[in-house]
Ligand binder design. Structure first.
Ligand code: SAH
Length: 366
């Protein structure tokens, strides 16, 4: 019987390792721990993906790297640039699945909008990604890999940037890998992205939200609220039937925030559904006593989404009703609409051209 493990199974993927784990693995192989810092700098600061190209490493270490380690990096399938400077990247993962990541140049800082899952299980009524269902979770290395690929492709070295977990997927539904990705991103010898530059956007999976409140690495929090009552929200965000509005708001009130920090409440405006002055008043009442700011997102309409974007007047009126009640309100400018890089529009539109590759036919059954 074969007693050796196939070679491909022996490899440790450095992209999946936090630095301390990598240090341990190097030490086990008889190397100095500080080499991990050196290799992290090659990978995250210099964008090197080929372990053999790390020219200042001793020969024995390079032999170990070649024999025992690998570094998996997503491939760029397509890259589209919007007239507003936004760029949408379609990336292929090692198993052939595809995800999208978006570069937004100045909002006001450089921002990467990245995915945490292939598809999404949340099935929000107005979101195209939700139609795919969940295909699989991304690994921490695949989450961070998006940032590696985009910074390299855009030649962004030594530039501070923000990260929003607002691409495909529900980050709190892939809790462990998402948090591990944030720790890798925060590493001083890697990208060194401080948690205050990261925003995690979630439908509000309550147990995970409570867990997040106890994390040492605490990103900014954005809650996809979209409606002020359970009746309305339940129709838009199915998980609301499990974790309702009142419970989410209570959890937000308890959420530990640094001084002056606030929770963002995202609210997709849908004509005739959740955009009336009464809805705005109910929302203001609901958020009274919460350290909140509201980000209104006029629907990015697309074929297959059974809702419409409200008129500019309705959007202004909604925003005004909230600000008159003391809330800080912003209206999200839709970026990259000409390349379908806008919220909730990632992947599915492109996939329509090549069905069967990744989506089941049922994704478009309606
Ligand atoms: N699953 C997470 C993060 C990904 S979606 C969440 O729900 O928060 C990021 C944001 O885009 C969410 O607020 C989501 O509701 C919103 N969104 C989805 N589809 C949209 C659409 N068609 N138009 C505008 N915003 C949309």
């Amino acid at each position: 019987m074969e007693d050796t493990v196939p070679k491909s199974l022996q490899f440790l993927d450095i992209g999946e390792l936090e630095r301390t784990a990598f240090e341990g693995a190097l030490a086990d192989a008889g190397h100095e721990r500080f080499r991990a810092r050196q290799i992290f700098r090659w990978i995250y600061r210099h964008g090197v993906t080929d372990l053999e190209a790390m020219s200042d490493l001793p020969r024995e270490l390079r032999t170990t790297l070649a024999a025992d380690f690998t570094l998996t990096t997503p491939d760029i399938v397509t890259r589209e640039r919007s007239t507003d400077g936004t760029e949408k990247f379609l990336l292929r993962l090692a198993d052939g699945r595809q995800i999208e990541s978006v570069f937004i140049p100045d909002t006001p800082a450089t921002t990467f909008c990245i995915s945490t899952q292939v598809g999404c299980a949340m099935a929000c009524a107005f979101c195209l990604t939700g139609r795919m269902g969940l295909v699989r979770n991304l690994t921490a290395g695949e989450i961070v890999g998006q940032v590696r690929v985009l910074t390299a492709a855009l030649e962004l070295r030594n530039t501070a940037f923000n990260i929003v977990l607002m691409g495909m997927g529900e980050p709190l539904h892939n809790y462990d890998e998402t948090m591990k990705a944030l720790r890798i991103l925060a590493d001083d010898h890697g990208f060194a992205v401080p948690p205050r530059r990261v925003t995690l956007s979630t439908v509000g999976l309550l147990p995970a939200l409570e867990r997040l409140a106890r994390e040492p690495i605490m990103p900014n929090l954005a809650i996809s609220l979209h409606a002020p009552t359970d009746l309305q929200r339940g129709a838009l965000v199915p998980i609301n039937r499990t974790y309702g509005v009142a419970d989410i708001i209570e959890a937000c009130k308890r959420f530990p925030l640094k001084r002056r920090n606030r929770i963002t409440f995202e609210y997709v405006l849908l004509a005739g559904v959740n955009d009336s002055p009464t809805d705005a008043r109910k929302l203001a009442t609901l958020l009274a006593g919460v350290k909140a700011k509201v980000n209104l997102i006029p629907l990015n309409a697309a074929a297959g989404i059974p809702f419409e974007r409200p008129s500019d007047d309705a959007i202004d009126r909604f925003a005004k009703t909230l600000s008159e009640r003391g809330l800080t309100v912003s209206v999200r400018k839709s970026r990259g609409r000409d390349i379908r890089a806008a919220c909730g529009q990632l992947i599915v539109e492109g996939q329509r051209k090549s069905p069967g590759q990744q989506l089941s036919a049922t994704a478009f059954a309606d």
